[in-house]
Design a protein around this ligand. Structure first.
Ligand code: ZN
Length: 101
């Protein structure tokens, strides 16, 4: 997926959800989170209202789409990964049923 397409897809989801004031960026986030040690596909900066998609996995469409859905769900509800967040993610996924997982 191109960076432009990732930005457009994320922005379209945010708009569909009625979430305003967020910007979508594509940046090199490095290989792994310094906090969790896990691969870093994307992140959100809640205070700055930014969703960031990593450049490193853009060639994997399915992974990028999972990241877009996940980070968009964080924009819906900035709850780390608790039950309320999982509810928000399920809601966002319904808007994009082609996306796996
Ligand atoms: Zn998350």
């Amino acid at each position: 997926m191109t960076a432009n397409k990732a930005i457009k897809k994320t922005a379209a989801l945010l708009e569909h959800l009625g979430i305003v004031g967020w910007t979508v960026l594509v940046e090199d986030l490095g290989d792994r989170s310094p906090v969790t040690g896990l691969r870093l596909f994307g992140t959100r900066r809640t205070a700055a209202k930014q969703i960031v998609i990593s450049t490193r996995y853009l060639d994997d469409d399915a992974e990028t789409m999972r990241t877009i859905l996940h980070e968009t769900a964080h924009a819906v509800l900035a709850d780390d990964h608790g039950s309320a967040f999982r509810w928000a993610l399920a809601h966002v996924r319904k808007l994009n049923p082609q996306a796996a997982e």
